[in-house]
Design a protein around this ligand. Structure first.
Ligand code: DQA
Length: 142
């Protein structure tokens, strides 16, 4: 059974309430329940934190055992060399997801410190980006 962890960073606990014109109106908890129902054979877990250190600790603790991590680090994507180093340090492949199309938005969102260390990036496809990342993990050998 594949072990996959979804990690969301700062402000993503507010999905459903936060700027719904950008991020949609579904809460992540509801979305996550629908993912679990859709993929009952996966060991799928979810972690969210607004704290950079807690995200680092989670990547360290899961990154040597999980089959993959799907990560939306929110604004830390654009600022955190520490998160980039954590992704580089672990063997688990990390898929970077952004709900919104960051390239259509402010220029400070156009660069991610994380992307170069991730196996791939899904940007601008809404919450469906997490599901597409999951499909990639499932189709992957190993
Ligand atoms: C985001 C994009 C980031 O620029 C922003 O800071 C977020 C969410 C996204 O999913 O579109 O918090 O990562």
């Amino acid at each position: 059974m594949k072990q996959i962890l979804i990690i969301n960073g700062p402000n993503l606990n507010l999905l459903g309430k936060r700027e719904p014109e950008i991020y949609g109106s579904q809460s992540f908890d509801d979305f996550f329940k629908s993912l679990q129902a859709r993929y009952p054979d996966l060991q799928l877990s979810y972690f969210q934190s607004n704290h950079e250190g807690a995200l680092l600790d989670k990547i360290h603790s899961a990154g040597f055992s999980a089959d993959a991590i799907i990560l939306n680090a929110g604004a830390y994507s654009h600022t955190s060399i520490a998160l980039a180093d954590a992704i580089a340090a672990i063997p688990a492949p990390v898929v970077e997801v952004h709900i919104s199309n960051v390239f259509k938005r402010e220029s400070y969102r156009h660069h991610s410190y994380l992307s170069a260390h991730c196996v791939g990036c899904i940007v601008g496809l809404g919450l469906d980006g997490y599901r597409l990342a999951l499909e990639w993990v499932l189709g992957r050998k190993g």
